[in-house]
Design a protein around this ligand. Structure first.
Ligand code: GAR
Length: 193
């Protein structure tokens, strides 16, 4: 059984997809805890599934490094095999990435290396492209630059708003995330990517 800690900042729809998948006794992974850097709405999904949560508010610490130490301490309580950044909108300090890599993955709403960063959907729309995508990557110390595990194209339609395009990307992200977790549980070696 692959034990996962998921970190979120927002609504947690990708988290919910993982919680639903792992509610199936046949699924070889389970979410053991969900953490957040703020009072994220998505923590309610964890509570609904009876999964413990923790919050390490970024704003309560004097520096990113001190926040990272506290976050890593909370993550380590659960001794996870994998940490999933699922709409986690803070850059982790190098010490945290180095402590968890390569068992640290991120979902991103664009076809990396296109449109990295916090506004992948908005940036794709601004660039006027007719397709973007969804990616699952291994996190390294760059911003959305780690090895791609899996990615898929998603069309941009004429007149799309940021919300409409993001709503088209998210179901793809959810499917890719659940498949990736399954692949890792079945032996995919993240260090080899
Ligand atoms: C997802 O689209 C995720 O890829 C994105 O935030 C959204 C969170 O949605 N993450 C990033 O943009 C990270 N750079 P959710 O809270 O509903 O799962």
């Amino acid at each position: 059984m692959l034990n996962i800690v998921v970190l979120i900042s927002g609504t947690g729809s990708n988290l919910r997809a993982l919680l639903e998948a792992s509610a199936d006794a046949e699924f070889p992974a389970r979410v053991v805890a969900v953490g957040a850097d703020r009072e994220a709405d998505g923590l309610a999904h964890a509570e609904e599934f009876g999964i413990p949560t923790f919050t390490v508010p970024f704003s309560s610490f004097a520096s990113r490094e001190e926040w990272g130490v506290a976050l890593l301490e909370q993550i380590r309580v659960w001794n996870p095999d994998l940490v999933v950044l699922s709409g986690f909108m803070r850059l982790l300090p190098r010490t945290v990435v180095d402590a968890l890599a390569p068992h640290l993955i991120n979902t991103h709403p664009a076809y990396l290396p296109e449109f990295p960063g916090a506004h992948g959907v908005r940036d794709a729309l601004a660039a006027g492209v007719d397709e973007t995508g969804a990616s699952i990557i291994v996190v390294d110390n760059g911003v959305d630059q780690g090895p791609v595990i899996v990615q898929e194209r998603v069309p941009v339609l004429p007149g799309d708003t940021e919300q409409e395009l993001h709503d088209r990307i998210k179901p793809v992200e959810r499917r890719l995330l659940v498949q990736t977790v399954l692949d890792i549980a079945n032996g995919l070696d993240l260090a080899s990517l």
